[in-house]
Design a protein around this ligand. Structure first.
Ligand SMILES: CCCCCCCCCCCCC/C=C/C(=O)SCCNC(=O)CCNC(=O)[C@H](O)C(C)(C)COP(=O)(O)OP(=O)(O)OC[C@H]1O[C@@H](n2cnc3c(N)ncnc32)[C@H](O)[C@@H]1OP(=O)(O)O
Ligand code: FAD
Length: 576
C-alpha cells in the first residue's frame, strides 16, 4: 500500500493524466482572485492534443509550508516536541474510559507545568495563538484538546468574559496552572439548546447574603458537564437568578445568569455538601461528562453554598465573547485555517456580527469536516477502517462537534435571524454590518423591487442562503489570504484550491442558479468542465498540499500517513 503521497505519482497515473483529453475552453470568469499585476482573470484550459502533457505545477514546498503553518509555528512545534519526549503521555489506540480520563489530565498538567505551555493567558490576549495551541494539542489527541477547551475556553473563558476583576484576581492563576480544574454547567437533562428555558435557580437570600442554587426537578439536572466526572473543583453554573421584590414577599425571575459554584473540596477533593455527581454513561468516545445536581433532597435546600459567586447576566457582548472563545477554536482546528474574526470580536458595534459569524462558521465547518472525515476514511478503503490509522477515533471524537457548543441547526437559525434582521434594517434605510457588505450590491437590486423577505424567500431558501453566506465569507477570506501571500508559487498553488472551492460550491448549487436563470446553460457546462479540470490539477499537487501541514509522524501516529516506513510500521503494529 503506497502512502497517500506516493499513490499520486504512480507512473501509470502520470501517463494516464498526460494523455487525458481536456477540451479547450477559454472562460472569462469575473475576477475571483485578481492577483497583483493581473487585472483580468481568464482561465484557459490547454487542449491535450495527442501526447502533449498538461503542465503539472512545481510546488515550492518550503514557502507553502511556512504559509500553511501560519505565524504560531514555534509554539506548535514545542507542543509536538514535548509529547514526542514523553512517549508515556501518548494516547494508546485502545484505552479504557477511566484510564483515558486520567491520562488526559496528566497530559494537560504536563503541558502546562512541565512544558510551560500555558494557553489561558492567550484566550483574550492573543486568540490566534490560543487557537494555534489548541490545533496542535488537538493533533496529538482530540480528547486532550476538548479537556483543554473545557478548562480554558469554557470554565476559564466564563470567568474572564462573564466575571469581573474580583473574579479574575481570585481564579486566574488557579485556572492557568490547572490547580482549579473547572466545568461549564449550562446544559440540563431536559434540553441544551434553549438557554433561556433553563430551570436551575439561584435565589438570593437577603438575610444570609447567599445565593441558593437549586435543581427544582430531574429535568433540571445539569447534564453532559465536561470535567465534572473526576477532576472538576468548580463549575460555572447557568441558572435563573431569583431576587426578592422590594416591599413584598414575592420574587422576580431575572433571567439566566452565571454563578461560580465550588463542587469539590480544594484539599480533600471530596464532593461538597449539597452537590451530587453521577456518571451519565459511556458515550461514542469522549468521556468527560457527568451530570451535577446542585441540591440534595425534597424541598429542604441543603446547598447553601457560601462561596457561590454571581458572575454576570448573559448580555449579548458577554455572550458573544463566551461564544467566540469556544466556537472559533472549533472552526480553527477543524480547518487549520486562520480565522479572521479573532481580530474583531472586541468591537462592541460588531457583537451581533461576530455572534452570527462564529455561530455560522462553527455550524458550517464542523458539518463540512464530519463529511470530509468520512470521505477520507472511505478513500483509504479497508486500511481506513484499521484502528491504528486513527480515522475511527478522529471521526468519533469529531462527531460531537456538530452538537456541543451549540447544535448546528440551532446555530444556523441564529444566522438566519441575524440575516433577516440585516435585511429589515437595510430595507428601512439602516446600514449594513461589516460582514454583510458583500450583500450591498445584490440588495440594491433587490430593494428596488418588492420586499425581498416576503416576496422572494421561502423558509427552505433561507436555510440555503445561510450556507451561501458562510461560504462567501470563507471565500472572501481565502482570496484575501492568498493576496497577502508574498510567494508567487504559493499563491498560484493555493489559487488552484481556492478556485476549485469557489467553483465546487457554485456547481453544488447549480440547480438553484439555473432555476432563476442566474447562470446560462453554456456557462453551467463550462463551470462543470472547469471544476473537473481543477480537480485534476489539485490532485497533481495533493501530496504537496498535505505535506505542507508538516505534521510529524509521531503526531499523526497512523501508518497510512507516515512519511517513511509506512509498511513496516503497519506490519509491526499487527505483530509481524
Ligand atoms: C481537536 C480539537 C482542537 C480544538 C477544538 C476546540 C476546543 C474544543 C473544546 C470544546 C469543549 C466543548 C464541550 C461542550 C460544551 C458545551 O456544549 S457548553 C453548552 C453549549 N450550549 C450552547 O451553545 C447553547 C446553544 N443555545 C444558545 O446559544 C441560545 O439559546 C440561542 C440558540 C442562541 C438562542 O438565544 P436566546 O437568547 O435564547 O434567543 P435569541 O432570540 O435567539 O437571542 C436573543 C438575542 O441575543 C443574541 N444572542 C444570542 N446568543 C448570542 C451570543 N452567543 N452572542 C451574542 N449575541 C447573542 C441574539 O442574536 C438576539 O439578539 P437580538 O436579535 O439583537 O435581540
Ligand atoms: C460529549 C458532550 C460534551 C458536552 N459538554 C458540555 C459541557 O461541558 N457543558 C454544557 O453545558 N453542555 C455540554 N454538552 C451539551 C451540549 O451543549 C448539548 O448537547 C447541545 O447544546 C444540544 O442540546 P441537547 O443535546 O439538549 O439537544 P436539543 O437542544 O434538545 O436538540 C435536539 C435536536 O432538536 C433540534 N432543535 C433544538 N431546538 C430547536 C429549535 N429551536 N428549532 C429547530 N430545531 C431545534 C436540534 O437541532 C437537535 O437536532 C455536551 C454534550 C456532549 C454530547
Amino acid at each position: 500500500m503506497a502512502s497517500p503521497r506516493e499513490s499520486n505519482r504512480a507512473p501509470e497515473d502520470e501517463s494516464h493524466a498526460a494523455s487525458r483529453r481536456i477540451e479547450r475552453l477559454s472562460l472569462h470568469l469575473t475576477p475571483m482572485i485578481p492577483l497583483p499585476g493581473d487585472d483580468s482573470y481568464r482561465m484557459e484550459i490547454v487542449t491535450c492534443a495527442g501526447n502533449s502533457k498538461v503542465g503539472r505545477m512545481d510546488v515550492d514546498m518550503e514557502s507553502l509550508s511556512v504559509f500553511m503553518r501560519g505565524k504560531h509555528r514555534e509554539i506548535q512545534e514545542r507542543v509536538f516536541d514535548y509529547f514526542n519526549s514523553r512517549p508515556e503521555l501518548q494516547t494508546p489506540v485502545e484505552i479504557s474510559m477511566n484510564d483515558h480520563r486520567e491520562l488526559c489530565m496528566k497530559q494537560l498538567i504536563g503541558l502546562v507545568r512541565e512544558a510551560g505551555i500555558k494557553p489561558f493567558r492567550f484566550v483574550n490576549e492573543d486568540p490566534g495563538k490560543y487557537f494555534a495551541i489548541m490545533e496542535a494539542v488537538g493533533s496529538v489527541d482530540v480528547s486532550l484538546a476538548i479537556k483543554m477547551g473545557v478548562q480554558f475556553s469554557l470554565w476559564g473563558g466564563s470567568v474572564l468574559n462573564l466575571g469581573t476583576k474580583k473574579h479574575r484576581d481570585k481564579f486566574f492563576d488557579g485556572i492557568d496552572n490547572v490547580d482549579y480544574p473547572g466545568c461549564f454547567a449550562m446544559t440540563e437533562l431536559h434540553h441544551g439548546s434553549n438557554v433561556q428555558g433553563l430551570q436551575t435557580t439561584a435565589t438570593f437570600d437577603l438575610i444570609t447574603d447567599e445565593f441558593i442554587i437549586n435543581t427544582p426537578n430531574d429535568g433540571a439536572i445539569k447534564w453532559w458537564i465536561g470535567n465534572a466526572a473526576v477532576h472538576g473543583k468548580f463549575a460555572t453554573v447557568f441558572a435563573k437568578l431569583v431576587l426578592p421584590t422590594h416591599g413584598s414577599k414575592k420574587t422576580a425571575d431575572m433571567g439566566v445568569h452565571a454563578f461560580i459554584v465550588p463542587i469539590r473540596d480544594l484539599k480533600t477533593h471530596k464532593t461538597l455538601p449539597g452537590i451530587e455527581i453521577h456518571d451519565c454513561g459511556t458515550r461514542l468516545l469522549l468521556q468527560l461528562q457527568f451530570d451535577i445536581r446542585c441540591y440534595v433532597s425534597n424541598s429542604v435546600l441543603q446547598s447553601r453554598l457560601k462561596s457561590v459567586f454571581w458572575i454576570t447576566n448573559l448580555n449579548n457582548t458577554a455572550n458573544a465573547n463566551a461564544g467566540i472563545n469556544i466556537r472559533l477554536p472549533i472552526c480553527y482546528y477543524t480547518t487549520s485555517g486562520e480565522v479572521y474574526t479573532d481580530e474583531e470580536d472586541h468591537d462592541e458595534e460588531l457583537v451581533g456580527d461576530v455572534h452570527a459569524l462564529s455561530a455560522g462558521l462553527k455550524a458550517y465547518i464542523t458539518s463540512y469536516t464530519a463529511k470530509s472525515l468520512s470521505t477520507c476514511r472511505e478513500a483509504c478503503g479497508g486500511h481506513g477502517y484499521a484502528a491504528v490509522n486513527r480515522f475511527g477515533t478522529l471521526r468519533n471524537d469529531h462527531d460531537i462537534f456538530q452538537t456541543f457548543e451549540g447544535d448546528n441547526t440551532v446555530l444556523l437559525q441564529q444566522v438566519a435571524a441575524y440575516l433577516l434582521k440585516q435585511y429589515k434594517e437595510k430595507f428601512q434605510g439602516g446600514t449594513l454590518a461589516l460582514t454583510w457588505n458583500y450583500l450591498r450590491e445584490s440588495m440594491n437590486t433587490y430593494l428596488s423591487q418588492p420586499n425581498p423577505v416576503t416576496a422572494r424567500w421561502e423558509s427552505a431558501d433561507i436555510c440555503e442562503i445561510l450556507k451561501s453566506h458562510i461560504e462567501s465569507v470563507i471565500l472572501a477570506q481565502f482570496i484575501e489570504a492568498i493576496q497577502r501571500c508574498p510567494n508567487a508559487n504559493t499563491q498560484a498553488t493555493l489559487k488552484l484550491v481556492c478556485d476549485l472551492y469557489a467553483l465546487d460550491r457554485i456547481w453544488n448549487d447549480i440547480g438553484t442558479y439555473r432555476n432563476v436563470d442566474y447562470v446560462a446553460p453554456n456557462k453551467a457546462k463550462a463551470i462543470h468542465k472547469l471544476t473537473e479540470y481543477l480537480c485534476f490539477q489539485v490532485r497533481n499537487v495533493a501530496q504537496e498540499l498535505v505535506d505542507a501541514f508538516d505534521l510529524p509522524d509521531h503526531v499523526t501516529r497512523a501508518p497510512i500517513a507516515m512519511q517513511s516506513n509506512a509498511y513496516s510500521q503497519y506490519t509491526q503494529y499487527v505483530g509481524f
